[in-house]
Design a protein around this ligand. Structure first.
Ligand code: HEC
Ligand code: HEC
Ligand code: HEC
Ligand code: HEC
Ligand code: HEC
Length: 267
């Protein structure tokens, strides 16, 4: 800003000899002092605002594509309808594996026919139940294929709450949109809502570093042996059969710095 002001002062004597119109405008500039500074400042502020909006609002919007769940699903309504809470639909099988999102067979008892007037229910019954097609639900927390994750270890073993990792999906009345990173294909629940990386709640993000927030403290040396798939099955089986059995206390190292430790969470 001061540069443009200086320029104005330097040019004005020459300009005065050449062109009357120009000189009068230079004189005006001199009188106003900041004649160029004002617009330049404004231009700078506008440009700054535009780039902020581009970087913080438009770029993230462009980075993520939005997909709707095939059917809008009301968790709150269903949790009240079923007998066993979350476990009615998200349960552990005897071998320790987790059912995940329920299959159609769990819904047909109540939805063989349309019960109410809800357009979502009608769509669900007509498009899926009658045609015996599984609903292609989008998984918000889907990890890349190279990651091994065990619900049994966390829920039965470490007695953790669903909310810690998933937030309040279990109490929600509608399915929120699923956002997919166009470049990596990751769900936004993995990479986080906030591109600056701020994290308010434990469920805001589920990247490797977020697993490590717990795993560096609680999840220690004894458990970092590389497991064969059979051992992993056995671990899940034990966790489900003897819930609450804590892991043996470790020596306190970070899993991620141990030799082979990567293969605790990676396949
Ligand atoms: C009647 C069956 C049923 C019950 C009971 C139920 N859910 Fe669900 N749940 C579903 C279906 C269907 C989906 C897939 C649709 C969706 O994501 O909204 C789902 C999805 C989820 C997801 C999303 C997983 C992901 O990453 O996409 C979470 C988390 C979840 N349920 C937690 C809970 C919790 C916590 C409870 C108990 C408070 C619960 N559910 C009770 C049927 C059920
Ligand atoms: C215990 C019985 C029961 C089970 C099991 C059940 N539902 Fe429902 N569901 C209901 C009732 C009751 C309603 C409310 C009916 C109405 O008024 O439309 C409902 C409503 C719905 C609706 C419309 C409201 C909404 O959520 O947007 C959808 C869609 C639906 N159910 C899907 C499912 C799916 C998918 C499953 C299997 C994972 C399932 N239901 C399992 C009893 C059940
Ligand atoms: C320690 C964190 C953690 C806790 C606690 C947790 N989950 Fe998950 N959940 C995950 C992760 C990570 C995935 C993705 C797994 C993958 O993609 O391999 C997931 C996936 C799911 C899915 C989708 C599975 C599928 O692909 O069909 C459902 C449904 C779900 N969780 C429900 C629950 C419920 C219900 C609870 C509580 C009983 C719970 N979770 C507790 C981290 C957690
Ligand atoms: C809130 C804390 C917490 C978070 C977040 C968490 N974990 Fe865990 N995890 C634990 C605890 C506690 C155990 C049980 C320790 C044990 O059994 O040794 C465990 C156990 C495991 C096991 C079982 C290891 C075995 O040998 O049986 C795996 C694998 C695992 N976690 C992977 C993950 C991954 C992948 C993530 C991120 C998506 C994650 N965890 C997020 C606390 C957490
Ligand atoms: C506590 C569990 C855990 C441990 C231990 C761990 N990872 Fe990961 N890692 C994850 C999860 C969850 C993801 C997926 C989310 C992400 O990209 O941050 C991931 C993603 C990655 C990716 C990116 C893969 C992709 O497809 O985007 C690389 C590379 C990776 N890990 C390398 C390592 C190495 C090397 C080690 C050992 C030093 C290691 N990880 C140990 C949980 C773990």
């Amino acid at each position: 800003m001061s540069t443009s002001d200086d320029n104005a002062k330097q040019i004005s004597p020459e300009a005065a000899g050449d062109d009357a119109a120009a000189s009068s405008s230079e004189i005006k500039n001199k009188e106003q002092g900041n004649g160029f500074g004002g617009p330049v400042t404004l231009f700078f502020i506008l440009g700054f605002a535009v780039s902020l909006i581009l970087g913080w609002v438009i770029a993230p919007e462009m980075l993520y594509s939005q997909k709707k769940q095939p059917i809008d699903y009301n968790h709150a309504l269903h949790v009240a309808e079923v007998g066993d809470g979350c476990e009615s639909c998200h349960f552990f099988r005897a071998d320790g594996t987790f059912s995940g999102v329920p299959k159609l067979e769990l819904c047909v008892d109540c939805h063989e026919e349309v019960q109410g007037e809800d357009p979502n229910e009608i769509k669900f019954v007509e498009e899926y139940v009658v045609k015996e097609r599984e609903v292609p639900w989008l998984i918000y927390s889907k990890q890349p294929d190279c990651v091994f994750f065990s619900h049994a270890a966390h829920i039965k073993g470490a007695q953790m709450d669903c909310v810690t990792c998933h937030g309040h999906i279990g109490e929600s009345e509608t399915s929120r949109v699923y956002e997919e990173n166009r470049i990596t294909g990751y769900s936004r629940d993995i990479w986080g809502k906030n591109i600056a990386g701020f994290k308010k709640n434990s469920w805001d993000r589920m990247k490797m570093d977020d697993c490590a927030e717990c795993h560096q403290k609680e999840f220690t040396v004894q458990r970092t042996d590389v497991k064969t798939p059979i051992n992993r099955l056995l671990d899940n089986f034990i966790a489900v059969s003897f819930p609450g059995m804590e892991a043996p206390a470790g020596i306190g190292d970070s899993v991620q710095t141990q030799r082979d430790a990567c293969f605790v969470c990676h396949k």
